[in-house]
Design a protein around this ligand. Structure first.
Ligand code: HXC
Length: 259
């Protein structure tokens, strides 16, 4: 696939980086961009050399939301039939390896939702998060009303969804939406550092950790704990568990082979 609205690169041969690249529209998300993003992430996911991915935008905008110009004339029938706006938004959830969102600038509407679909968010100090759809006469459409309250609780999620106001990076970190805030010029270093750390571990374990944490949002506590326990048990069938524990016992660095 020829990418026009994203840039794709590999760092250190093992981190797949996707940069959203529609700068004039503040990375407004349209069908083509979401197709390209989904395609790139799935290709990285299928590449055995890649252990982690980063999705990022520009300094001014991670993404300012779904493309309002493209949506403006859609009818209910257009959007309900599913061929517009939402058909390709969930592709990122099919990715089994970890995906980090490195967010600077605006992450609004679908941009905030996209960041929340990643596994965790590292934010620059100029990041702004919000679900301003209410100002357009609509509501979030890619999980904003569901993932935001799970991340920040009902009070803040309601506040953001009903007033359309933005949260700055400090508030987003306090609220639990982002895992770390760093200076803008350190954003990619921080995200890459985290990604490389993840790449050093067994992919079997990082995928199992991702699947298990995600299960916390899909099941009750007993089912989630049982899922985790069985995944934990299963990892004892891997060579990487033997390697990791032997390396610790013998005070050497583990060399995981993803087996
Ligand atoms: C299309 C957009 C856009 C968007 C910005 N632009 N956001 N185009 N869709 N979501 C365009 C502007 O029209 C403008 O184009 C250029 O990007 C620069 O934007 P400005 O507004 O001039 O910049 P600034 O004054 O700095 O304001 C930045 C901003 C503002 C606060 C982010 O652009 C803004 O409020 N954007 C809309 C945010 C929003 O409502 N997002 C939610 C969308 S609905 P020109 O051609 O004039 O230079 C949504 C639903 C998700 O996301 C559903 C998922 C399925």
């Amino acid at each position: 696939m020829n990418y026009e609205l994203i840039e794709v690169r590999t760092e250190a041969g093992k981190v797949g980086v996707v940069t959203l690249n529609r700068p004039k529209q503040l990375n407004a998300l349209n069908n083509q961009l979401m197709d390209e993003l989904g395609h790139a992430l799935k290709a990285f996911d299928a590449d055995a050399a890649i252990g982690c991915m980063i999705v990022t935008g520009s300094e001014k905008a991670f993404a300012a939301g779904a493309d309002i110009g493209a949506m403006a004339s859609y009818s209910f029938a257009d959007v309900y039939k599913g061929d517009y706006i939402t058909r390709n938004w969930e592709t990122i959830r099919q990715v089994r390896k970890p995906v980090i969102a490195a967010v600077s600038g605006f992450a609004l509407g679908g941009g905030c939702e996209l960041a929340m679909m990643c596994d965790f968010i590292i934010a620059a100090d100029n990041a702004r998060f919000g679900q301003p759809e209410i100002k357009l006469g609509i509501i979030p459409g890619a999980g904003g009303t569901q993932r935001l309250p799970r991340a920040v609780g009902k009070a803040k999620a309601m506040d953001l969804a009903l007033t359309g106001r933005m949260m700055d990076a400090a508030e987003a970190e306090r609220a639990g939406l982002v895992s770390r805030v760093v200076a803008l010029d350190k954003l990619m270093d921080e995200a890459l550092g985290a990604a490389l750390q993840i790449c050093d571990y067994s992919q079997l374990a990082t995928m199992a950790a991702k699947e298990s944490v995600n299960r916390a949002f899909e099941s009750g506590l007993s089912d989630g704990v049982m899922f985790e326990r069985r995944m934990f048990h299963a990892l004892f069938a891997t060579a990487d568990q033997k390697e990791g524990m032997d390396a610790f016992v013998n005070k050497r660095k583990a060399d995981f082979r993803n087996q």
